[in-house]
Design a protein around this ligand. Sequence first.
Ligand code: IMP
Length: 431
Amino acid sequence: MPSQNSSRNKVILGLQWGDEGKGKVIDQLAETTDVVVRCQGGANAGHTVVVGGKKTVLHLLPSGVLHPKATCIIGNGVVLEPKALAEELAELAASGCDLRSRLLVSDRAHLVLPCHKALDRTYEAAKGTSKVGTTLRGIGPTYMDKMARTNLRAGDLLQADFPARLRAHLTAQNHLVKALGGDPLDVEAEIAALQPHLAVLKPLVADTAAFLHRAAAQGKTMLFEGAQGVLLDIDYGTYPYVTSSNTGVGGVITGSGLSHKELGEVIGVVKAYTTRVGGGPFPGELDQNAGGKGDEIRVRGGEFGATTGRPRRCGWLDLAAVSFACRLNGVDSIALTKLDILDVEAEIPVCVAYELDGQRLDSVPASISELARVKPVYEVLPGWTTSTVGVSRWQDLPVNAQKYVAFVEKITGVPVKWIGTGPGREATVCR
Ligand code: IMP
């Protein structure tokens, strides 16, 4: 049976390849939330929130930080880079948001150390043309180290032998960097450079699972914020062109320490078209060259990575992939973002299924060579060719925009409860 307060809790997941606009959705929902929890990924994420016209990009910190009432948790499933944390906290403090009294970092969260970033660079360089196109934030090598049962965790900082273990670990990992042909680190210089960042982290370390269990018992409202998207999931994404964590509801459970009974409503965030950054198959990818349709959408949608600045690859909305992500995660409702970016289109093709060798598929194939060969089946919807920018009431949306939303509901079988019509908080239709 779900817990009594689970009906107030919410899970926010990206249902595409990341960059769906989760930051804005989370930021709005956090307003009525007591506790905001990040459960997986690390500083590879880039959540952009615009408040009072000021843009803030968060990589490691939960997007709920901008609400002074919310306690923010970095859960055990997150891989945490001390330098990234310290820098992000300093940046927020400089703009008047001092988070230290309401941020907790799990003692079980694994540390991203300089050796992991060096290994990320080394593995990517070794892959040549088949590189994943990672964010080079050390995410994959840290999860490798976690699974190998050799890494250091945030809680280790509180132990007297931490300095010795850090030195030994960096030295051992440095051998690996060298053996793989990478640029070795100066271990002592790295240790010295880490000290101020570790000093920022240390007082924030806590048993966050125990904190969340208490919060659940007290009936506090919780929001679990996913990073990346379901199509980048280590198990169900387009492996090996994926990130190294579970980006769906499974990652929320293992990465927070709360049971499935506490999860509440699962909200899937879907951009009104599709983007992908980095390598890997992308059915229906549009022409990304200057002047091509993909390039046009990229420019109009400002589709450049929030973490790396890389141009994102663009395509029409892919509901075959989104429906797959909904099924995998029991998605209860959809938040459809950036509808206004389609305002100028006279006709909008939407992918409703994949065909492979003339056969219609009812799922997304595991094999990337098959996925690279699938043919998207499109239905073409009429556009609305009217500005929807800033619209905040359903009845003010043009009829064809309403039909576009209804089409998403029909194909996915999931209600669209929230529609984004611009970057600011107020540019939102709630249904
Ligand atoms: P990693 O997570 O840095 O290892 O990168 C693995 C893949 O996930 C690459 O294709 C990245 O571009 C992609 N990726 C990681 N984080 C994000 C994100 O927050 N948004 C979009 N793509 C991401």
